[in-house]
Design a protein around this ligand. Sequence first.
Ligand SMILES: Cc1cc2nc3c(=O)[nH]c(=O)nc-3n(C[C@H](O)[C@H](O)[C@H](O)COP(=O)(O)O)c2cc1C
Length: 200
Amino acid sequence: MILKPSQREQILPLPVVLISTVSAEGVRNVAPWSNLTPILRPLEEVVLASWIKRDTLENIRQTGEFVVNVPPVGMEDAVMVSARNYPPEVDEFQEAGLLPHQSSKVRAPGVEGCLAWAECTLEEEIAREKFVLVIGKVVHLEADDRFFNSEGEMDFEKARPLGAILGHKGLHFTYPSFSGRHADYREMFLNPPAQQQRRV
Ligand SMILES: Cc1cc2nc3c(=O)[nH]c(=O)nc-3n(C[C@H](O)[C@H](O)[C@H](O)COP(=O)(O)O)c2cc1C
């Protein structure tokens, strides 16, 4: 079947993260985000796409900071409360019943109960008519030890990080599961060196 351009997000399983920010006045804000990706490796940057009318975007512009929080299964209801279009003066942590997780390098708090927290500073904005791409530099990256091993690898079947498949009238929350195939990064090279750096 041929899909319309407006259905473009429906062909991809998307991550669901929570972006937490504070306004210049100190009001805490949190909102779910799916249009977010790390920018390659080892560049310590992420990019997120934001519609123009977002308190999150306004706060990032005002303070130059934000936190990318990775919520697990179980936080769907709080995620959907934080998706509501509250006015900027409303504390969305309070509305969604979320507790702050102390940040190390930025003023915006993270969200307690999440699996990982990437504290970011605004690096660059790429503005279009209706949306903005925000490039953030990750200045501090932390993960819950209960779900990550000593090499920083997520036990995703235990952690169950939230994802989503979008549909016509709503979305289904998802989480990843192992396909049964592990691949070494060295498989990507025609002539793999004995000790290939883990860099993709
Ligand atoms: C699962 C999910 C993913 C979302 N992803 C995005 C996104 O990538 N970009 C965006 O601009 N809005 C996205 N939204 C919508 C915002 O979360 C929503 O408009 C929210 O109210 C914005 O809050 P704010 O105005 O406090 O920033 C998403 C909503 C949900 C439920």
